[in-house]
Design a protein around this ligand. Structure first.
Ligand SMILES: [Zn+2]
Length: 290
């Protein structure tokens, strides 16, 4: 049995702030779940992140407040956290008087990054890199992804939204993989209040009458929606989705090269990952997709 963890990076809305929407499926054999988990735990505990979610986009940001603390790097984890919290409270108190919109977005950003404030920017990047290296070393794991350049996406031609096309593509490629290895698989999706109902409805249609390309013989059940905060494997899919999108939008190669090793391949071609753009470009995904 393969467990396929699904997560996204970028916004599916065509007017959103990112040029790409990336949906990833990370297929993991059930029998390796425990081994993988303990390997991941080892990295997390090294950086005192045992009970924390790995949310890549929040982790790799610059936290300006850290820069304002003298000798931040030489402090202990405990003191770094204490100092950052103090500095953040001071900033919020200043904004309280001046700008309530800015205060709210700053508070949100502080909440999202609270778990990581004891680590320097370099250390936070290192955590993500070590996780990507670990993932890249797992030969039995397969990566599926649809990376949509929204500029070239026309819902009138496809008859689907960006999110629907991405989901259908990932499900179809996962099905092909499962048929090749004669195993069953289920989808485990990051909780998504906006999309949940639509995706369950779509999956019911696929199970009944197939996707646009094939019937589903090996993918079973409707997706299970889980909380990424407590499901480590969804966090791994998050690292992959982030790495693919940052490569396509900013040409960042380090994380991409590590996770792209796991793309499902057939005779050397990465059939599991596609860059939807027009015309096909010269990126590593287009070059190796057939
Ligand atoms: Zn490309």
């Amino acid at each position: 049995m393969k467990l396929c963890y699904i997560d996204e990076s970028g916004t599916p809305e065509q007017s959103g702030p990112t040029s790409h929407y990336v949906l990833v499926g990370l297929a993991v054999p059930d029998k390796l779940w425990k081994t993988h988990r303990s390997q991941l735990d080892r990295i997390k505990s090294k950086y005192k992140l045992e009970h924390e979610e790995i949310h890549t986009a929040y982790m790799v940001r610059h936290y300006k407040e850290q820069g304002g603390i003298p000798d931040f790097e030489s402090l202990s984890y405990k003191d770094r956290r204490k100092q950052v919290i103090k500095e953040r409270s001071r900033i919020i108190a200043v904004l309280q008087k001046k700008n309530s919109k800015k205060r709210k977005s700053t508070e949100r950003s502080y909440r999202n990054t609270h778990a990581y404030v004891h680590l320097t920017h370099d250390e936070r990047r290192q955590v993500v890199k070590e996780i990507a290296e670990l993932l890249g070393s797992w030969n039995e794991v397969r990566l599926f992804a649809e990376c949509i350049d929204k500029v070239h996406f026309n819902p009138r031609i496809t008859g689907k939204s960006v999110a629907e096309q991405a989901f259908e593509q990932v499900v179809t490629r996962f099905e092909i993989y499962l048929r090749n290895i004669s195993e069953y698989g289920i989808l485990i999706h990051d909780k998504n209040e906006t999309l949940e109902k639509r995706l369950i409805g779509l999956m019911k249609e696929f199970l009944q009458s197939g996707t646009s390309w094939m019937t589903l013989e090996k993918v079973i059940e409707t997706p299970m929606f889980v909380d990424s905060q407590i499901t480590d494997s969804i966090q791994l899919a998050d690292v992959c989705a982030y790495a693919l999108r940052r490569y396509l939008e900013y040409k960042e190669e380090e994380l991409f090269d590590l996770v792209f090793q796991r793309a499902d391949r057939k005779r050397g071609a990465s059939v599991g990952v596609r860059h939807f753009t027009n015309p096909a470009c010269v990126c590593k995904i287009c070059a190796s997709h057939s």
